[in-house]
Design a protein around this ligand. Structure first.
Ligand code: 5RP
Length: 223
């Protein structure tokens, strides 16, 4: 199976996690886009969705799925999103698409985070994929210096502005053996809006696309 087919399989499998009659949170990226296309087929069973980016909002609306403001909802049973890397503890690196901050906000509100990835994203330890860090533009040099002190190699994502009007530094070379601690440490740097480590709020379930079908993983276990 191609990577694209594996993404499609997990996107479809995620439909079984939707709570009928309830709003669903929707992530960003190529796997999330496949999920949106699958969601369109059952759109009559949900009132609508929360979008984690402008790209996602546009795609949801193009399918006639109503997009709600996060401030206007009282409950979000589930959030479905991809990842750039996910480890057995359900910690993730996200933000390859630059939507990390809004993704983190929606994930914080959701009762359940379902991560949908193809097998190439499942790793023993996070760190091969450079960590995206969203920063306030005027803090670029300061944040970059602090990230170097943490052992990283920050590179500005050229020509990219986030939906929030900010910049992204992609940080290679970090030691991410303690993702909760590193996520917290990076968030303490003045000028950082958020970083792509989703460790303080990890996924609850990972739907992993493999040649042998979609596997359902939870923290350090398979169900
Ligand atoms: C966007 C993200 C995406 O979930 C992540 O980049 C994975 O994307 P894809 O499904 O295209 O591989 O965090 O900010």
């Amino acid at each position: 199976m191609t990577q694209d087919e594996l993404k499609e399989a997990v996107a479809r499998a995620a439909l079984s996690h939707i709570v009928e009659g309830q709003i669903v949170g929707v992530g960003t990226g190529s796997t999330a886009r496949k999920f949106i296309d699958a969601l369109a087929e059952i759109k009559d069973r949900i009132p609508g969705a929360i979008a984690s980016s402008e790209d996602t909002r546009k795609r949801l609306e193009s399918h006639g799925i109503r997009v709600f403001d996060l401030d206007d909802i009282a409950k979000l049973p589930v959030y479905i999103d991809g990842a750039d890397e996910i480890a057995p503890g359900m910690h993730m690196t996200k933000g390859g698409g630059g939507a990390l901050t809004r993704e983190k906000i929606v994930a914080a509100v959701a009762e359940k985070f379902v991560c949908i990835v193809d097998r190439t994203k499942f790793v023993d330890n996070l760190g091969k994929f450079p960590l995206p860090v969203e920063i306030i533009p005027m803090a670029r040099a300061h944040v970059a210096r602090q990230l170097v002190r943490l052992g990283g190699n920050p590179v500005l994502r050229e020509g990219f502005t986030t939906d929030n009007g900010n910049l992204i530094l992609d940080v290679g070379g970090l030691d991410i053996r303690d993702p909760v601690n590193l996520e917290t440490q990076i968030n303490q740097i003045a000028g950082v809006v958020s970083n792509g480590l989703f460790a303080c709020r990890p996924a609850d379930i990972c739907l992993l696309g493999t040649e042998n079908g979609v596997r359902t993983l939870t923290r350090n276990a398979e169900t």
